[in-house]
Design a protein around this ligand. Sequence first.
Ligand SMILES: [Zn+2]
Length: 332
Amino acid sequence: MSCNLFAAAKKQGIAPKAGTVPKEPIKEISHVVRKGETLSSIAGRYKDVTYQEIAQANNIADPNNIYVGQRLKIPNQTLVPKAPKTPKPTPQIKQPSDETSTCRPDRTGCGRCKITVKLLNKLTRNYGAWFMGKGSRSTIYKNEFKTYTQIHNFDKEKFIKILNQKMHHYGIDKSCYHVAHFLAQIIHESAHFDTTLEYGSGHNYEPGVHRDALKNGNTHYGDGKKYRGRGLLQLTWKNNYKAYGYYKGVDFVKYPEKIGNTMEYAIDVSCWFWRHKGAVYKKYNAKGDINILIDHDKKNVKLITLAVNGGYNGLSERMHIFNTILNEWGLK
Ligand SMILES: [Zn+2]
C-alpha cells in the first residue's frame, strides 16, 4: 500500500519534501468559490487584483455567472508569509486625574497609603494589646469572646499582613481612598480593634423585635443572638452567614463563631461584605459594592457609613478617623 500511495502522490504532482520552497514567488493561486461569494467579494479578499482581472484570468464572460465549488485562478498574487499575529492592545485603564487617588494595585500599595502599626495605634488610640474584648460588660458577650483565644492580643504586624493581602485580593486597594474608607469603617465597627464579636446580645435582631428579621433569614427566636455581628465589620443576619458560607465553602450557619474567632475570616468576611453586601443598591447602581460608591464619590463618609451600617451610627467618629487618615497620608 505504501508504494501505491507514493505513486499516487507523484501522480498528483506533490513535490518531494526536499526543495519544496519555491525560488520564485508564486504568481497565481486558486480560490474555491463558497456560498454567498461574488467575484467582487473574492477580489476583495486578495491583494492587487480586481474582479475584472479574475474574470479575465478564468475566461468568465458574465461576472455574475460563477458557482459554488468553482475553482478560480487568482492572478498577480505573490505568496506572502502570514504575518505573525499582533497581540491585541490592552485597553488602557483610565487613570483619575488626581494623582494622589491612584494606587499601584499591588500588595505594597502606592507607597502613600501605607498601613503601619504606628498609624493604626494612632487611629484606634489602642496602643496596648488589640482584640481583648475590654469594651463590653455583657455576660453573653464575655462568655463567647473568652473562647476567641486565637484573636486575643493578635500580633499587630501579622494583622497588617493579612489585612493587606485580603484588601488586595478583594480589590479594596484600588486607590488610597478605598483603603482609607475601609480602615475608618473597620476601626469603628471593631470598637478600635477591641473585638470581632458584637458587644450586644443580638436580641435586637430577633424575629418580632426587628422588622427586617424575617427577610434577612432570622426566622426563629435565637437566630438574632446566633447570627449577631462578627468579623471586623460585624456581619449580621442568618442570610449573610449563609451567603458567605456558600462563597467560602464553610458552614457558617452551623458554626457562626468561626467568623469571629479566626482572624483570617474576620478580615476576609469584611472585605467580602464590602464588595457584595453593602446596604446601598440603587445609588450609582452599586448593587452592594462599596468600591463603586467610592469610585463615584471618594470622600463621602456618610454614604459609606450608610452602606456599612444601614444607618448613620457613629458617623462623626467614622468621619474623624477618615479625615485623620487623609491627613496622615497627605491627601486632600
Ligand atoms: Zn494608595
